[in-house]
Design a binder for this molecule. Structure first.
Ligand SMILES: [Fe+2]
Ligand SMILES: [Fe+2]
Length: 370
């Protein structure tokens, strides 16, 4: 729907730009003609049928202007011809960059599942199909007043962990399609299995906190063959995805889980978050391995795109927690959830660290190639 509205808007803008360009061209041509008229020297010999008649005609038409006026008209005509198109290109760039930013506006808990550049999550269903087999026990029963809010947050985490399974499955397909070595494919499959464990742990915790069994439903956006495959594989796309969704997003997921583990009051929450932090850090390392392989395989075209994306990595938006107005930060921390300010600090530090390491990787690659 948004795509159709944008297409109609783009067609409308192009029609307006074409009209303004026509007007500019006609002003420019008129100004050129005025220049020719004024360049005819005044006749000194009376010749009613010759040059004097030309001047008489120009004077009758009222088109005689001075040089500054002609130049201003010429410039105005050229500006009308060029500026609408410059405006359209600038507007298109702005819209694209906004789309780019919006696509990252989600609370990161690991590798992001994208379909047509939008982050996707499973629907929430009722049941225990994604629960741990073992009974979950808290050190002490959490107070009812706190359980609803933090339960919803853990449910959101569970859906993100679940979506990461599909993200790693797509990564496996792309690696196989591009002829990647066994160690990368094996690590990717292992990462997908880690996410199964994370998702089950998080759905179990969320359900225990909410007091009702919540589980994963379908991921509707994956229902077509093209979406399920994650688009056409290519080295540049794989490299950029590894940089943003692997090195950065999974690195940040490890930081967030480690901070949550340090803050959580309950031993079950602490153990779950510590396990997730350790795995996510390994997933981030897998991201770096895939990135290095893409650069080695693809050479300069991949290297140049990675360098360009690294330079604007700070434009990635800090992941946003759901609106928790009125919720005490100390309560969130007891349940292993860090607040928005702390999340912003971790994201900024992780972006900076990712840029440093990516630049070192690119420099090493150049030295090896030389
Ligand atoms: Fe992960
Ligand atoms: Fe995970």
């Amino acid at each position: 729907m948004v795509g159709i509205v944008l297409l109609v808007l783009a067609a409308f803008l192009i029609l307006i730009a074409a009209g303004v360009t026509r007007l500019g061209r006609s002003i420019y041509r008129s100004a050129k003609r005025l220049a020719l008229d004024a360049a005819v020297p005044r006749a000194t010999i009376a010749n009613p049928e010759g040059i004097d008649r030309v001047h008489a005609r120009a004077a009758r038409a009222g088109r005689r202007v001075n040089a500054a006026g002609r130049h201003a008209l010429l410039a105005f005509g050229v500006a009308l011809m060029v500026l609408p198109w410059v405006g359209i290109v600038a507007l298109a760039g702005l819209v694209l960059s906004l789309f780019d930013s919006f696509s990252h506006d989600s609370f990161s808990k690991g590798r992001v599942l994208r379909v047509r550049n939008r982050a996707q999550l499973p629907e929430v269903a009722s049941g225990r199909t994604w629960h741990h087999d073992a009974e979950l026990v808290f050190d002490a029963p959490p107070p009812a007043a706190e359980r609803a809010v933090v339960g919803e947050l853990w449910l959101l985490s569970a859906r993100m962990e679940h979506a990461s399974i599909a993200a790693f499955s797509q990564l496996s397909i792309h690696l196989l399609a591009l002829g990647a070595p066994a160690r990368l494919v094996a690590e990717t499959q292992r990462a997908a299995m880690d996410e199964v464990v994370h998702a089950r742990a998080c759905f179990s915790l969320a359900s225990a906190l909410l007091g009702e069994p919540k589980t994963a439903g379908p991921i509707a956006a994956l229902a077509t063959a093209d979406a399920a495959a994650g688009g056409a594989p290519d080295l540049v796309r794989l490299a950029l995805g590894s940089l943003v969704d692997g090195c950065l997003a999974e690195g940040l997921a490890a930081d967030v889980a480690a901070a949550g583990a340090a803050a959580a009051a309950d031993s079950t929450l602490r153990k779950t978050l510590a396990m997730i932090a350790k795995d996510e850090a390994r997933h981030a390392e897998l991201g770096w391995s895939v990135l290095a392989w893409c650069i080695a395989e693809g050479g300069e075209p991949v290297r140049a795109r990675v360098a360009e994306r690294t330079a604007r990595l700070e434009r990635e938006l800090t992941p946003r927690l759901p609106d928790l107005a009125g919720t005490d930060v100390a309560v969130l921390r007891r349940y292993g959830v860090i607040d928005q300010d702390a999340l912003g600090g971790l994201a900024a530090a992780r972006i900076a660290a990712t840029q440093v390491r990516a630049r070192a990787l690119l420099a090493d690659d150049v030295r090896l190639a030389a």
